[in-house]
Design a protein around this ligand. Structure first.
Ligand code: C2O
Ligand code: CU
Length: 465
């Protein structure tokens, strides 16, 4: 890939950056035999967007919308995204959060590419090899950029799965000037779903801090975590789901066949125990109405618009522990095997050298980016990482390019389905041990996904030697 222009170099030098050689570790240009090419063009620009209530918000957008266009593919497809920057002065890139793309497609400015400046473009290509729920976001001034709206969802469907009848909703949660929104909805999303219909809700946390979700009106299963299927997920109800920053949960259930005694028969998604995010109600016409001629049922089937509080208080519901959920199984590599490399990351806050001066920072082993030593691995290594949180805040730890297997949390191994994640929430005082196979050569970021913390130094590189 040629042509990083002189003008481009000059511009980056003016910004005090080194121009980065574009890595040769790029994605393929053709899909697999059974796949097709999914082409998208995303133009980053400042726009005023309207939330569902009509409220206007100034945002940084892809194609004038927040979230950006949903990227959808089937396993085996080639995803090709042309990113253009119209007017985002600080620059923009696309990072495929949770997707193990080739290093040169990973979208990290200063590491795998230069930031795309106004008037420039960059084309990303990678194979849709992982089915599941993911997301994309800018990685240049990522705290500000994501907060302002430069993100969207990426959903890859399994090639083998039959086309499902039913409801399949991708719901990125985000905070816009203090308001919690799902997609661009600042009011409950109203969706019709017939009794018995299968539903999949794909929850994506695009914020810096965890959100707590609860589902009322039906038992359900937590079918996937960070895009990875849970093995034999059991049915749960009346639990809270804490979704770490950057992570995704897929919830599945069928719409209730019978109306409950209160005449509801509806399912609600409650965010942070106080916001009604989504209301799924049976269609007004047809069998369900004929079967339920009561006034209460009719009222429930035609909800009045406008905000309404949750019907059930979910705040007292216990939190589901993903480490104790689903059926245990043998992971694809033996986590008890001796590790080829071991790293310990102690997370804290305090003074550290930043740009040659002491500054208040979020630190890893007492240092701040870019002074934290790079983790070096060799292809094929089994790598163990211990993350210790000595700080006062939760640190959702995120590794690019690899999924990690959770070995233990505070010394206790998981008792449920093997837990593969790209982001894990290390709360104050906690110690997590994870392992991964070094099978994706290149240069990678390893950072706190509270992006404000990453900006304050809590980030380092992982490099294959
Ligand atoms: Cu979603 Cu480096 O981040
Ligand atoms: Cu953090």
């Amino acid at each position: 890939l040629g042509g990083v222009s002189d003008e481009h170099h000059a511009r980056h030098e003016r910004r005090g950056e080194q121009a980065v050689p574009v890595t040769s570790l790029r994605g393929p240009t053709t899909p697999t035999e059974s796949g097709r090419v999914r082409r998208y063009m995303l133009t980053a620009r400042t726009s005023t967007i309207a939330l569902s209530s009509g409220q206007q918000v100034t945002a940084w957008t892809f194609n004038g919308q927040v979230p950006g266009p949903p990227i959808v593919a089937v396993e085996g497809d080639l995803i090709e995204v042309r990113l253009r920057n119209a007017d985002i002065e600080s620059g923009v890139t696309l990072h495929w959060h949770g997707y193990d793309v080739p290093s040169g497609e990973d979208g990290v400015p200063g590491l795998t590419q230069n930031a795309v400046m106004p008037g420039e473009e960059f084309v990303y290509r990678f194979l849709a090899t992982q089915a599941g729920t993911y997301w994309y976001h800018t990685h240049e001034v990522s705290d500000l950029g994501v907060r302002m709206g430069l993100y969207g969802t990426l959903v890859v469907r399994p090639r083998t799965a039959p086309r499902t009848e039913g409801v399949d909703l991708t719901l990125p949660v985000h905070t816009f000037s203090g308001m919690t929104v799902l997609g661009n909805h600042d009011q409950p999303i109203e969706q019709r779903a017939a009794p018995g219909m299968p539903v999949r809700l794909r929850l994506v946390n695009t914020d810096n801090t965890p959100h707590r979700f609860a589902l009322t009106g039906t038992p359900y299963r937590l079918a996937a975590i960070d895009g990875n299927d849970v093995i034999e997920p059991g049915e749960v109800s009346e639990v809270g789901l804490r979704l770490p920053a950057g992570s995704r949960y897929d919830l599945v259930f069928t719409m209730p066949l019978e109306l409950d005694p209160a005449g509801n028969g509806e399912v609600r998604l409650i965010v942070d125990d106080r916001i009604e995010g989504l209301r799924l109600t049976p269609p007004v016409s047809g069998a369900s109405q004929a079967r339920t001629p009561t006034k209460a049922a009719k009222t429930a089937a035609t909800p009045s618009p406008g905000p309404s509080g949750p019907v059930t208080s979910t705040a007292s519901w216990p939190e589901l522990d993903p480490l104790a959920y689903g059926r245990p199984a043998t992971p694809p590599f033996d986590p008890s095997a001796p590790a080829d490399r071991r790293f310990t990351l102690v997370l804290d806050q305090g003074l550290a050298m930043v740009n040659g001066r002491p500054a208040y920072a979020q630190t890893v082993n007492g240092q701040a980016f870019p002074s934290i030593p790079t983790q070096k691995v060799t292809e094929g290594d089994l790598v163990r990482i211990k993350v210790v949180n000595r700080g006062r805040e939760t640190h959702p730890w995120h590794l690019h390019g690899h999924r990690v297997l959770v070995l233990s949390r505070d010394g206790r191994p998981p008792t449920g389905s093997p837990l593969y994640v790209d982001t894990f929430d290390v709360r104050p005082g906690e110690v997590w041990e994870v392992a991964f196979l070094a099978n994706n050569p290149g240069m990678w970021m390893n950072h706190c996904h509270n992006l404000a913390h990453a900006d304050m130094g809590m980030a380092l590189h992982l490099a294959y030697e």
